[in-house]
Design a protein around this ligand. Sequence first.
Ligand code: 5GP
Ligand code: SF4
Ligand code: MG
Length: 457
Amino acid sequence: CGIFGIWGHDKAAELTYYGLHALQHRGQEGAGVVVSDGDKLKVHKDVGLVNDVFKDADFNRLSGQAAIGHVRYGTQGEGGSDNVQPLLFRSQNGSMALAHNGNIMNAYKLRGELEAEGSIFQTTSDTEVLAHLIRKNGRETNELSISEALQQVVGAYAYVILKEDKMYVALDPRGIRPLSIGRLGSAYVVASETCAFDLIGATFEREVLPGELITISDEGMEFTRFALREQRKMCAMEYVYLSRPDSNLNHVNVHASRKRMGMELAKEAAVEADCVIGVPDSSISSAIGYAEETGLPYEMGIIKNRYVGRTFIQPSQELREQGVKMKLSPVRGIVEGQRIVLIDDSIVRGTTSKRIVRMLKEAGAKEVHVRIASPSIENPCYYGIDMSTREELIAANNSLEEICEIIGADSIAYLSADGLERAIVKDKTIHQGICNACFTGKYPVTEEGRATISYVK
Ligand code: 5GP
Ligand code: SF4
Ligand code: MG
C-alpha cells in the first residue's frame, strides 16, 4: 500500500490526490482521502484506481488544510469497499482517520481480545485493530494512547493518523516499510515514497526513523519514540520490485540500486549470449546494469502496452493468459535467432517468467538464459508484501533445475543474498540494514514481538 499526508495547505485534498497518483504503483485496488477542515473530518474513497475514484470527487466539499490518503494493495483482510482506507471513526469526543502500509502479525489475536471486551469491528482489515487499541476504555487519540497502542502491535507498519486538529505519523521499530517527511512551503508532507514529493513540488526533509512517532499540528512538528531504536530492516523487495525507480529509500536511489543488482548478477552469473533484455518496467534498471557490466548490448526485446494496467480484470485463467499477451509483446526483429539473457527482478510464483520465455521462443529466440536480479524467494512475507504462503512460492517447492525446466529456460541463475545486500546497503551502520527474510528465512520480527538482534542507540 501507499500512504500520504499533508498538514497546513489550502489545497490539502487535491495535493493528496496528486500524491496518491505518484503512489499508484503501490496499490490498485482502492484509494481514498480523509480531510480535516479543523472542525470535522470528511471522506472520499472507493475501490478502483486513483483516477477513477476521484473522477467525481467534489473538492469544494473536501475543503480543509489537512488530509491523509491511501492506495490499497490487499494483503490482509478481504477485498471490497469496507476495507478501503483511510478508515474513519466518528465518536462524540472527536473523529479519527487512519491509513496504514504494512501488516500487523498479531492482529487476529488482538482482535479476539478486543471483541471479547465488547469491540465491534466494521472491517476485516488489520488496520482497524490499532484504532480500537488507541480508543480503548474511552481514551482520547493523543501521543500517549497512540504510543501505547503501537507498543502492542507486532509487525511492519507505517501509519498516518488524522484527527480534527492534529496529524500523527509512525513507523515500526525496525523501519521495515518506507516513510519520509517533506516540506511544501510552510506545509508538512509525509509519503511512503519520495516520488510523491517530486510530483507536488515538495522537498524531502528526512526519513521517519524506526520507532518514531511524529505529531504535526499548527504549532509545528514534535518528535517522540514509542520504541527503542533498533537497526533498520528496510524491506529489500521495496528496492527489488515495489518502489518507483525515481524514489530514494533510506538515502539510496531505487534505480541505482537495481542497476547495481544487475551488475552484481553479471559478476556472479555471466553467460555466453548476444544481448540483454529486461522485463518491463521494474527489471529494466537491472538489465541495464547487467549489460553494462558484461559489455553485452542492452536491447528492447519486449515492449509493454502502457494502457493495460496491473489491475486488468482477470476473471479466469484463460483471460489471465490473454492479459499477459496484451500487456507484453516481443520485438521479433530484435529477438529472432538471438541468444538472450532475460533479466527479471524476481520470481514469485513463476508465471511471468514462464510466459515470457515461451513468448520469446515463439518469436524466434535461439536461447533464453533467465537471470533474476534477487535471490530465490523461499519464505513467506509476514510484513505486508503479497506472498504469504510457502505453497505459492515456486522456489520453496522446486530445485533450481526444476524451476529451469518449468519455465522452459536454457539456464537460470539468481543473485545471491550477499550480492543483493552489496547492491542496496552503502554501509552497515545502524541506518542501513535490510530485511531479506523471504530470501534467507531470517525474520527480523517474530509474532512473539521479539526482534532477533537488538542494537540499542
Ligand atoms: P511471478 O510471475 O513469478 O509470480 O511474479 C514475479 C513477477 O511479478 C516479476 O516480474 C515481478 O516484477 C512481479 N512481482 C514481484 N513481486 C510481486 C508482488 O509482490 N506482487 C506483484 N503483483 N507482482 C510482483
Ligand atoms: Fe520485504 Fe521479503 Fe522482508 Fe517481506 S520478507 S519485508 S518482502 S524483504
Ligand atoms: Mg516484473
